[in-house]
Design a protein around this ligand. Structure first.
Ligand code: NI
Ligand code: MN
Length: 234
């Protein structure tokens, strides 16, 4: 609907999403560039301005410390994760918690609920798992990255409050929602576009975009699924 400029999104496998803003800034969400699906081109970064980390699990926080230090990128995550990263020399962290919003690169980033855990790679306490709603300035394009989560009905509130146009939803099962739950999540959110993540990385993650499409169809959900292969852009 809106003519506001939009970011370009690149799926880098697993839950890793690269977001290129219209002004050229680069954001990585849940950076794990050594994931088995990440294409070589995805590891090729010439700039990185901000990193969002949804929770402390190694498949989401993997490269956050190294990349933050290499590029001086600002890191947004829960308070416990930022404290843990700071102890590794990450200087530009902003800690927050569920319900809060911060301004990053002119975007409004809101930390929202996820039903999941958040232990850190060294066994430390990583706070509470989260998702992020990211809004471009002046009522522009808004998207939601769910992180790892089960289905919960308060996704309706996220839809009502923030009106995201696009959602990145996990579909792999075992650690997160499966395709059937993710289809209900898309309906709760009322999004027009949905991009599946957290699938295909390992054999244990059995949910597929095809199955997700079938579930959306069965549910009569009106949103469009955009199945990005790792390395593809939207
Ligand atoms: Ni996880
Ligand atoms: Mn995960």
């Amino acid at each position: 609907m809106s003519n506001h400029p939009r970011p370009k999104f690149t799926f880098l496998g697993h839950a890793t999403v690269r977001c290129d803003l219209p002004g050229g800034e680069v954001i990585l969400i849940d950076p794990w560039l050594d994931n088995p699906s990440c294409p070589p081109s995805g590891k090729d970064l010439s700039r990185l301005d901000a990193i969002l980390v949804t929770h402390g699990h190694s498949d989401h926080i993997a490269d956050a410390a190294e990349l933050a230090k290499r590029f001086g990128a600002r890191v947004i995550a829960n308070y416990e994760i930022i404290t843990w990263l700071a102890a590794q020399g990450v200087k530009n962290g902003t800690g927050m918690n569920l319900g809060g919003s911060v301004e990053v690169l002119g975007l409004r980033v809101t930390m929202v609920r996820a039903d999941h855990s958040s232990g850190l790679p060294d066994g430390g306490y990583g706070g509470i798992a989260s998702g992020f709603v990211v809004a471009m300035p002046e009522g522009g394009f808004t998207f939601y990255h769910a992180g790892d989560t089960a289905l919960f009905s308060d996704l309706q509130l996220i839809g009502e409050l923030y009106r995201p146009e696009l959602a990145f939803l996990p579909i792999g099962d075992v650690f997160t929602m499966d395709p059937e739950q993710a289809a209900r999540a898309a309906r709760f959110l009322g999004v027009r576009k949905v991009i599946p993540i957290h699938w295909g990385t390992f054999p244990a993650l059995t949910g597929t975009p095809n199955e997700f499409a079938r579930c959306l169809d069965q549910l009569g959900a009106s949103c469009e699924m955009i199945a990005l292969a790792p390395g593809e852009c939207y």
